[in-house]
Write a protein that binds this ligand. Structure first.
Ligand SMILES: [Zn+2]
Length: 324
């Protein structure tokens, strides 16, 4: 794995900012997110830690589902959700499975790291770019585990492949001496966001609670910007050093902390706009949203998820206007 610029920068910052008596030893995180600029390419598998892999890509232009006649083109390369593979002596645990058209390639990437069978599939949430391979895997006899709200969201929008095993807020799976925990800390991106925690590896898969881009709030599925930050706060209480996002490169815990800080800053800005009655309809324009929310400060002026974020900016305004 090549060294990440952000890791080098934070190492340098730690060398420069020695602790001073009476002050925090923690260097202030830079507000701007240094997102990875993706290049077009095939699906690939990367080793995260011993027994844990992430499947990235395919990396394609335009929207997350490729170029469409009427779809917005932000000029960026996109990828469906990050898939994780946890290998145990008794078989594999898969986390998410991308789009249905990706499933054969996902299975091929799985086979490239282990010949053991996939025993369970876990879902981080119900969105199509993460779990549309579910029906194919269920047809192979693989059990799918998800928060009960994930199953309800599948059924509500008539999406095939709903989880057949559910839990309420916290679940755990023990296979081959490996513990995998599933944690729902509240609403955020959706009402079913599940953090998959590998305590022995001090690693989490965060689903779309944290991505290498700006946060997206799915109000149609119980998403909430205010609850989102609180959920990330609870995630940060876990003992981990490595974090797989819903989309993009593997992150450090410091990067997740920085993500939380810039999300709170954006909430503060939106709340201030709503409280001074900045016209809601003007914010529906991407250009105005960029200016008024100062998205460039956050590194989110043209991230892979900025267009998706804009789909709910009116509801975001309404939520912050109603906030105390
Ligand atoms: Zn999502």
């Amino acid at each position: 794995m090549r060294p990440r610029l952000s890791t080098l920068v934070s190492s340098l910052a730690c060398l420069c900012l020695l602790p001073v008596v009476g002050q925090s030893a923690e260097p202030a995180a830079p507000l701007r997110q240094q997102v990875e600029v993706l290049q077009a390419g095939q699906m690939r598998v990367d080793k995260v830690k011993e027994g844990l892999y992430v499947v990235r890509g395919p990396f394609v232009p335009c929207t997350t589902r490729g170029c469409r006649p009427n779809g917005p083109d932000d000029g960026l390369i996109h990828e469906p959700g990050d898939v994780a593979i946890r290998a145990t002596p008794e078989g594999l645990i898969l986390i998410d499975d991308k789009y249905p058209e990706n499933i054969l390639e996902v299975l091929s990437q799985v086979r490239s790291v282990s010949s053991l069978p996939i025993r369970y599939l876990l879902n981080t949430h119900h969105h199509a770019d993460h779990v549309s391979g579910n029906a194919n895997l269920r047809a192979l006899g693989i059990d799918i585990i998800g928060h009960r709200n994930i199953r309800e969201n599948f059924l509500r929008i008539k999406q095939p492949g709903e989880p057949n095993i559910v839990f309420a807020d916290e679940g755990a799976l023990y296979l081959g001496g490996v513990e995998v925990r599933m944690l729902h800390y509240g609403n955020g991106h959706t009402n079913g966001d599940t953090i998959v925690y590998f305590p022995d590896l001090k690693t989490v898969h965060m689903g779309d609670l944290v991505i290498d881009g700006m946060p997206v709030i799915d109000y149609s599925a119980g998403g909430s910007a205010i609850a989102f930050v609180k959920t990330i706060d609870k995630l940060l209480e876990l003992d981990f050093d490595t974090a797989i996002p819903g989309h993009g490169r593997v992150m450090t815990k410091a990067e997740v902390q920085a993500y939380r800080a810039r999300f709170q800053e954006m909430n503060n800005r939106m709340r201030a706009l709503a409280k001074k009655r900045f016209p809601r309809e003007q914010l529906l324009s991407l250009d105005q949203a960029r200016i008024q929310l100062k998205l460039a400060d956050l590194g989110w002026e043209n991230s892979v998820s900025t267009i998706a974020f804009m789909n709910s900016i009116g509801q975001y305004y309404d939520e912050m206007a109603a906030a105390p």
